[in-house]
Design a binder for this molecule. Structure first.
Ligand SMILES: [Fe+2]
Length: 420
């Protein structure tokens, strides 16, 4: 019997050099997927787990996932943020079942072990047994030390209202992790202003988790797949853009500025372009330029491994990727604005949010094509490869959107990390 853990099992070989021809098995192989969980989600990477505005008061918590592991993120009594694994130290029950709530302490229903908000073990029923008629029944062994049996605590990093966690404690700072090229784009949205949560949307997409990162790292598809964007003038193929990555290639920033002229001539030749299409309610594309944009009308950040930060016109969202096996992932959208938004601006953000989310006029397209891709990866020859060579085979920066460079950047990093 083979007792090797699945992540130690051999994975297929990625034939050839480079990162522009991606084998189908990259999206389907079980052993590889477990290696990804180990090295990426449970390794030395920062995963997004939430916004401070979701848990503003002491005792507020939210339940989320890092990789496939259930994690509780909480605001403690001293105002700091804690993240603990949702596994009772006693019998291992995933005790927290609510999505959000407010508690004084965490309580496992099975045997009522309790933990403070930082995850320290606070109470064990019958720790010293039950005294009856002068006789002590039960009780934990005398050398049982509560201090050694708290919840598994994750490393936490918070920057301007955004919370990241990692199972690794010997990990670089979040700032070093994002790097000097990506950090300014992160700080552009999150500059310390108080955030306001507008709502969440959740969907399960039948595709490998990396496909979602690839999708946002690929601005080339936007003007082709998303007819809505094009038709109503929110993007043009000839937009001035700045597309760049961190030093590893794992994170990407795509900043693009739409000219004020609306529908672009460059769109006319495309299949999908219909000049006579009109919106019943044009307020959804009535956009107010905001000062802090500092130019770009859209900035999409892809932060490895599990976060996309979206600012498209006045709509902003955090999109969290939660892997659920090789062929599916959960996609959690948190739409937000700023506390000091005027009521008019807030209404614009809410209206424009209709473009995004599971049923968004634009985003629904992505979920569907990712499913189309995974269908082939699952059923097709696993050694067949996809082609990501628009704009070349390297992953240098780009000043236009007709490129798959950021996607290649991720695989340059991923291939090294996964040793395939
Ligand atoms: Fe898309």
């Amino acid at each position: 019997m083979n007792m090797e853990p699945i992540q130690a099992l051999p994975v297929p070989r990625w034939e050839g050099e480079g990162y522009s021809r991606i084998p189908f098995w990259v999206y389907t192989d079980e052993a590889l997927y477990h290696r990804e969980l180990d090295r990426i989600f449970y390794g030395k990477h920062w995963s997004y787990v939430g916004l401070e505005a979701e848990i503003p008061h002491a005792g507020d918590y939210k339940r989320t996932w890092v990789g496939e592991r259930s994690v509780i993120v909480a605001r403690t009594d001293d105002g700091s943020i804690s993240a603990v694994e949702n596994i009772c130290a006693h019998r291992g029950a995933a005790f927290c079942r609510e999505r959000t709530g407010n508690v004084k302490e965490f309580l496992c229903p099975y045997h009522q072990w309790t933990y403070d908000l930082k995850g320290n073990l606070a109470g064990v029923p019958f720790r010293r047994g039950l005294k009856k008629n002068g006789e002590i029944r039960g009780g934990m062994p005398a050398d049982f030390k509560p201090a050694e049996h708290g919840l598994n605590k994750l490393n936490v990093a918070v920057r301007n209202g955004v919370i990241f966690a990692s199972f690794a404690h010997d990990i670089e700072s979040l700032e070093d992790y994002l790097g000097p090229r990506i950090l300014p784009y992160f700080d552009r949205t999150f500059d310390g202003r108080k955030l306001k949560i507008h709502g969440h949307a959740r969907q399960r997409i039948p595709g490998n988790w990396k496909l979602m990162q690839e999708n946002i790292k690929d601005p080339y598809h936007v003007g082709l797949l998303h007819t809505w964007f094009l038709m109503f003038g929110l993007i043009r193929g000839d937009q001035k853009s700045n597309i760049l990555m961190d030093a590893h290639g794992r994170h990407g920033a795509m900043a693009s500025t739409r000219a004020d002229t609306g529908k672009g001539d460059v769109s006319q030749g495309l299949h999908s372009f219909k000049d006579d299409m009109r919106l019943h309610d044009e307020r959804i594309i009535d956009i107010e330029r905001e000062q802090w944009w500092n130019g770009p009308t859209v900035v999409m950040l892809t932060l490895f491994p599990n976060l996309i930060v979206q600012q498209q016109s006045n709509s902003m969202s955090m999109r969290q990727i939660i892997p659920r096996g090789t062929g599916k992932f959960d996609f959690v959208w948190t739409h937000f604005g700023f506390e000091d938004d005027t009521p008019d601006l807030e209404t614009r953000r809410l209206r424009q949010a209709n473009m995004f989310g599971p049923a968004g006029y634009v985003s629904a397209d992505d979920g569907e094509v990712l499913e189309f891709c995974q269908e082939s990866y699952d059923a097709g020859d696993r050694n067949r490869a996809t082609i990501a060579e628009q704009g070349g085979r390297d992953w240098s920066d780009s000043t236009h959107t007709i490129t798959e460079n950021v996607l290649r950047g991720m695989y340059a990093y991923w291939r090294k990390l996964m040793e395939v």
